[in-house]
Unconditional design. Sequence first.
Length: 585
Amino acid sequence: MTATQTSAAPTAEPILELDDLGVVFTTESAEVPAVQGVSLHVRPGETLALVGESGSGKSTVALAAMGLLSGNARVTGQAVIDGTDIVGADEGGLAALRGRTVSMVFQEPATALDPLTRIGRQIAEVIRNHNDVSAKDAAARAVGLLRRVGIPEPENRAAAYPFQLSGGQRQRVVIAMAIANDPALLIADEPTTALDVTVQAEILDLLRRLAAETGTGVLLVTHNMGVVADFADRVAVMYQGRIVETGPVEDVLLRPSHDYTRRLLAAVPRLSVAESDERPPASRRLSAAAVGEARPEGGSGSGDATAPVVELRDISVVFGRGKRAVHALDGISLVVRPGETLGLVGESGSGKSTAARVALGLIPPTSGAVSLFGADLARTRSRARRRLRSGIGVVLQDPVASLDARMTVGECVAEPLRVHRRELSAQEQRSRVEAVLDRVRLPRDIVRRAPRELSGGQRQRVSLARALVLEPRLLVADEPTSALDVSVQESVLKVITELQDELGFACLFVSHDLAVVQHFARRVAVMRAGRIEEQGPTGETLLRPETDYTRRLLAAVPVPDPVVQRGRRAERLATLAAGRTEAEA
């Protein structure tokens, strides 16, 4: 059996076949080749993972297979789905295929969902577009799909709008829409990017069952090598628009033949969960007793070097009233000191992002106190709050939502300077923008481009540049590497580390990637249902967790070794089954 445990016959005709596929984009200045000579296939019931760095052409291949490329794209070769060549097909034929024969899970749920339409209605619309069913039956099926992808209280969530759900929950809604009509081919472009590790494992289990039970073929576009090891049968590696290596998942991940593949795998952060003497990287090696004893140069300006940069004391946040009240945070306390990184981890909906927004002063606590740079936010007037916020850099989870589509990249990055550094001349602003783009490994000529013209990883690096342009005392990073491939993720985290060592800013690092947190953060706090489950030095908390919840989180993290991952998955499923048996008893 393969990693996906499929039973599809190897001689079955491919549901997707790309033959010498090429894509060229026509711009005002030149023609840009994005994909060159790509040939691959996906058979019923199998999963092909398409991996590579941001900008390698992975998503372009996926969009070409759906006939969803922009008008300035010229496509050559063939892209055949269930006998229909997508290249050159009319829109009517494509509309009949999309959502029925082939569905797609897009990378960014914020752009895939209508913000003005309730969740249940959006899913029901997909069902009714291809099935002769009543609105009532479609609504009932929509609730069932929400339950199937692990949305809590699906009846209530069906009546919610996208903005009322967490990022992970929105991604699960997108997956529910994609599988609504049991497609023959599912194209999944980073389907688990916004999901925490436990939900990610559940979604992969769901997609695995779908492939096994219905024979659905899956083209998985991802930069997560752990997901590849856990889910894929075969792997195709893309580099600069071409396929450089393809083969069974065990061959490619364990015995790569191309230098580029080896470099990709070397950049993957490895989660250590065994008893170990390992400690966080050298720049983070401070014992709990030494926290705040020495202030890195430039770390917190004048004042007590041990004073917290940000402190939450017994914070509770309640949204709404009465029976519909939602307790987002329940008495949490956190401290981030100069020069240190606190990792905030937990499942989707655990309150991580809410805690970060409380720290920023964007959400007022229902009870408790927030101190920012030594000032009590509740007693700080608006003008003083503005001065405090000029010392904060923010990287949000969704770069599409955080960058103004009407601005160029240069204007987006320069905006904080225009607001908080009005004394700078236009030339000085341009110099700072160019310098910070260099630091996040983006070319300077990108300043004239629009955010929509960039890849997901490039947009996230623009968001990071915007956050760092003011040289902040505190960086609040909400999933800053979720849209990045492993090699770019490594370079971006290295940039943050270098700048933190240079400038001494504190960092509140919100993430569901426990491997990244283990390598990057000195301390970690594990959140669950609005509470702090446990917190402490990263080397202790993630290597020797005290609670069953943290142990379950660690067990759900996929590792980039398909042989080891099969064993981990079997152990996790056995533990879950035993837990269900005990609960029933």
